[in-house]
Every structure is written in C-alpha cells, then in structure tokens.
Design a protein around this ligand. Structure first.
Ligand code: KG4
Ligand code: ZN
Length: 342
C-alpha cells in the first residue's frame, strides 16, 4: 500500500509518500518562513494564499520522487486540524479532490497525532506505554500513550507554548521569526548562570511560560542592551548569556514535568516531538534523564521534529489500519481549526 501525506496547517506546504511497511519514499517541504519573517510571526491570510500556490507542485514533486505514479497511490492522509483555517482548507480540499479523482480513501489526521507519529519514522517499534511531550510553536502538552494514536492528556500549558516562549524571547532581542533555532545557537556561546529566571511551581502536569517571558523582558530592560553606546561584541555576549539562561529555564521547566510523569505513570519510554524537540539542550537533557531513570528515549531527528508530511502519512496509516477490513467507519474529512485530540 502506498500512502500520500499532506500537511498545510501552518507555514509549511509539505507532501510525502511512504509505504505501509514504513519505508520513506519521498519528503518535500516548501517553507514560507521568509514570507512571514518581516512580520515577526505567521500571517494567516498570506499563509493560505502561499499554500494555494505551492500545493500542486509540492504534491507532484513528492509523487515523482517516490518512484510511483499518482495512479498507484492507495491512501491520502491530510492534516485536518488544529491550525489556521485558511491554511488547513487548502490541504483538505486538495486531498479530497485527489481522493475523488483517484477513487481512494482519504483520512483526516490531527496535527498532534501527526507529531507523535514522527517517532515511528525512525523507531517503528518503541516500547509502550510512554510519556510523550509535544512541544511546538502552538502546543505544550504531555500525554500518556499506550500506542501510536491512543493515549490521554496528562497536562498542558496554561498560557504560552514552549516554542512561543522561545520565539518571543528572541524577538525581544531583535531576532527574526522563528526565534527557537536562533536561541539554541546563541545559547551555545552563553553562560546560563549569568541571569536568574523564576521556576514556575505548578501542580501535577501543568506548564506555564508567561512568567519566564516577563522575567526575560524585565532583565532585558534593566540591561538597556539597545543602548547605542554599547559595543556590538558586548551586546552579543549579553544576548548569548540571556539566550542560555532563557533556554535553560524553558527546558528545565519541561524536564521537571517529564521526570514527574515517568516516576508517577510507570512508563517504559519518553517521546519528545514537535519543533522544540529540535532544541539541542532539550535533546541532551531528555537522554540524560532517560538513562538515569532507566527508560528508553525516542526523539526524532531534527528534520522530522518541525512540521512535515511524513509524520502525517505515518499517522494516517495508523488511523486507517484501525478502521478494520471493511473501512466502513472512515469519517468524512473536514478542516477543523479547533480540533481537540484527546
Ligand atoms: O512543530 P513546528 O514546526 O510548528 C508548529 O506546529 O508550531 O514548531 C515550530 C516551533 C517554533 O516556535 C520554533 O521556534 C521552534 O519550534 N523551534 C525551536 C528549535 N527549532 C524550532 N525551538 C528551540 N530550539 C530549536 N532548535
Ligand atoms: Zn507542528
């Protein structure tokens, strides 16, 4: 069976082809990052228009690179939510048209189920149950997973997402969107001990990043780094120290809940997915804690952490297999910007 995955929920137009034995046949991503950069974040109207322009070419390229013909595709999986409505509608309409024309089924994938399935690209048989941390620009959620595609929510952020906190800290220092990778790079030359950040003390599996964001803003204001008299190498050093401190505060507040969940939920593994899972400190800390607690750790390679369509194809396959041999229960696919998963 050959599966085509399509992802257009935010600012990447992506298509990928996989085989039902898990083989990855093609993976194409057209990023809109440069389009949104000067606005400091994703502009929904621009995102929708750009997806319309890119989707046909991206899907065609993914099919061509897979070595199969469009007529040999057996299933289409598409992100149906959550996300930007104008962006989701482009992928969903395209997938449904393909399904109609090729007379093949289409399944709607939840974006977070997609991120969780990104683990399956490199780890086809992880040990379950697992604690799964989903950390992206729009989400910070901790799940208990008994299998790919089945689990329950343990807790989530009360305010900003972890990626949003990275992006906003970087923006405060004058860096472009997305700020997460820039913070990661800057932090490598910085001293995390230089500035003190508060550590949120929330019950159970709740997260909060708005206090950290405000603390970051205050420190920055006190330092008056924007002062034109400050030499640029000194400004850069302060930025590096701020990035290192801010990054450590975000990562340690995530780790606190991950460690708590591993101890309380008696799981066999930790999964970390989503754009922020590309962060080098988070990856190192998860591996260290996994080793210390004696559980397996599953973190996709950085290119599968940020939005892509391979993970959507993987999640689509898992979902399709659950519908049983008759496949009678496949629900019609509609774009739902506020879709709650579990
Ligand atoms: O999963 P994703 O590509 O899109 C959403 O579904 O949101 O995640 C994007 C987020 C952005 O906030 C970006 O700054 C963050 O992931 N990110 C990082 C790193 N790479 C991407 N954050 C910290 N360190 C990184 N290396
Ligand atoms: Zn995402």
């Amino acid at each position: 069976m050959i599966i085509l995955g399509i992802e257009t929920s935010c600012d990447e137009t992506a298509a990928a082809v996989i085989r039902d034995d898990g083989a990855l046949l093609s993976n194409v991503i057209s990023s809109q990052v440069n389009l949104h950069r000067k606005y400091g974040g994703v502009v929904p109207e621009l995102a929708g228009r750009s997806h319309v322009e890119a989707i046909g070419l991206v899907v065609l390229e993914a099919v061509q690179k897979s070595g199969y013909l469009l007529s040999q595709i057996n299933l289409v999986a598409v992100t149906a939510g959550p996300g930007l409505i104008g962006a989701l509608l482009v992928g969903v309409s395209f997938a449904k048209s393909l399904s109609y024309a090729l007379k093949i089924p289409v399944v709607g994938v939840h974006h977070l189920a997609g991120h969780l399935a990104s683990v399956a690209i490199e780890y086809p048989s992880p040990l379950f149950p697992c604690v799964a941390l989903v950390v992206s620009g729009g989400h910070t959620q901790l799940y208990h997973l008994s299998d790919f595609g089945s689990g329950h929510l343990l807790g989530e952020t009360l305010d900003d997402a972890a990626g949003e906190a990275f992006d906003k800290m970087a923006r405060r220092m004058g860096y472009d969107y997305p700020g997460g990778p820039i913070m990661d790079q800057l932090a490598q030359q910085g001293n995390p001990e230089k500035f003190r950040f508060p550590s949120p003390n929330l019950p159970q599996y709740q997260f909060s990043f708005s206090g950290l964001k405000t603390a970051f803003k205050r420190i920055l204001e006190t330092l008056a780094i924007g002062d034109a008299t400050l030499p640029s190498d000194e400004r850069r050093r302060l930025h590096a120290d701020l990035a290192a401190g801010g990054q450590r505060a975000i990562v340690e507040s995530l780790m606190k809940k991950v460690v708590l969940a591993v101890c309380q939920e008696k799981v066999k593994g930790i999964m970390v997915v989503g754009g922020v899972a590309a962060n080098s400190l988070l990856r190192r800390r998860v591996r260290e804690e996994g080793e210390r607690l004696g559980v397996a750790t599953y973190i996709p390679s950085p290119q599968y952490c940020t939005d892509n369509a391979v993970m959507i194809a993987m999640a689509g396959l898992v979902q399709y297999n659950k519908y049983g041999s008759e496949k009678m229960a496949i629900p019609p696919v509609t774009a739902n910007p506020n879709w709650k998963w579990v």
